[in-house]
Design a protein around this ligand. Structure first.
Ligand code: ZN
Ligand code: ZN
Length: 366
């Protein structure tokens, strides 16, 4: 079924030739024009749903159900009602588990605040199976090794095959990609190659490159339309697809301090690129808030350092960098250390990874 779906998407994308659109890039955060200083995305209206709970009927709940459907939390058709029914309650509870919120099943303020945050367009749950907190057995903890890992893979653990670790990437030729933008992506790829045997080289041939990068508006041929300013920011497909798409409507900050932006819509390009490359290499979403593979990102925020959860996940798939760099990023802090006693990143990681896979049920998929 999934193969048929993939084949269908592939044929759709071959038939569909999107109009070339120039994305909004800013090398100076103060140059973001006021009309791009969005007060919020389409999801802002979800604020009106705050405080509602099971049994109620509220205008707009059908849109929230569509949201949960898009990210894998509700199955079925897209003909949703405004009733707060069992399916929505269950979706809210699963979402709350995945995003480390109190599991109330109601649309409390913290939950709504999380829902409206800009995020990656890749689903958290595929084929009814969650790879985040809600799908982990026993919270994936171990007192023996004091490791808490939340990293996850796509169904079947797709990865680039051994012998094809030297990957090439190319930009959609219609884009006006400057040296600064090329530099952002090169740095993002370097972060992953520094902890794995993978290498990434810029190619000028999108037709033959392993990874193709493009900025698009709205529908762009893969059945996953972008939604304008904020909301979904980007998405990427698991190996060996190599398709890496970003929403052209965002205010992409390139080579400037995104924290200094006064625009409420400023998004750091490198932060999103590092996350999406994780998908291109085979990682799914993680519930570790500090990790790169956490699905949401706050505007005006830079988050580019791989965390221990990201590094453990990627090294499970590919092993460590043969040059001996097993990851210089700082270990995740916060909830990882609070409930698991700290994360472990060391040269012994590879020897324990098989144990991790069997012992903790890490091979749970989307
Ligand atoms: Zn993602
Ligand atoms: Zn796409």
């Amino acid at each position: 079924m999934r193969l048929i779906h993939s084949a269908l998407l592939l044929s759709l994308s071959l038939l569909y030739i999107p109009n070339p659109i120039s994305a909004h890039f800013f090398t100076n955060v103060s140059s973001i024009p006021p009309w791009l200083n969005a007060t919020g995305s389409n999801w802002e209206s979800f604020h009106n749903l705050s405080g509602h709970h099971f049994g109620q009927s509220v205008d707009g709940l059908n849109r929230l159900k569509s949201y949960f459907h898009y990210f894998g939390y509700i199955n079925g058709t897209s003909n949703f009602t405004d009733d707060f029914d069992d399916a929505l309650k269950s979706a809210v509870e699963t979402y709350q588990k995945n995003f480390n919120l109190n599991v109330t099943g109601t649309l409390d303020n913290h939950t709504v605040q999380q829902i409206i945050k800009p995020r990656c367009g890749v689903a958290d749950i595929v084929n009814g199976t969650s790879a985040m907190n809600s799908g982990k057995s026993n919270n994936a903890t171990s007192s023996f090794l004091s490791i808490v890992a939340r990293y996850a893979f796509f169904p079947g653990e797709p990865r680039w095959p051994e012998g094809h670790y030297d990957l090439t990437y190319a930009f959609n030729p219609e884009e006006n990609i400057t040296n600064e933008i090329r530099g952002v992506f090169a740095r993002a790829f370097d972060r992953w190659s520094s902890v794995t045997p993978l290498t990434f080289e810029l190619s000028t041939s999108p037709n033959s490159a392993d990874i193709t990068i493009g900025f698009f508006n709205g529908e762009h041929g893969d059945g996953e339309p972008f939604d304008g300013i904020l909301g979904t920011l980007a998405h990427a497909f698991s190996p060996p697809s190599g398709r890496f798409h970003l929403d052209a409507a965002e205010s992409w900050v390139v080579d400037d301090d995104v924290n200094k932006s006064t625009s409420l819509a400023a998004i750091d390009l490198e932060s999103v690129a590092v996350h999406e490359i994780g998908h291109l290499l085979g990682l799914g979403h993680s519930s570790v808030e500090e990790s790169i593979m956490y699905p949401a990102i706050t505007t005006r925020t830079r988050k580019v350092e791989l965390q221990s959860d990201d590094i453990m996940g990627i090294q499970y798939l590919y092993g460590a960098n043969p040059a001996g760099n097993n990851g210089s990023s700082t270990p995740s802090s916060g909830r990882e250390t609070s409930d698991g006693g700290g994360a472990l990143i060391s040269s012994s990681l590879l020897s324990i990874r098989a144990f991790l896979a069997v012992g903790f049920g890490f091979l749970l998929f989307f």
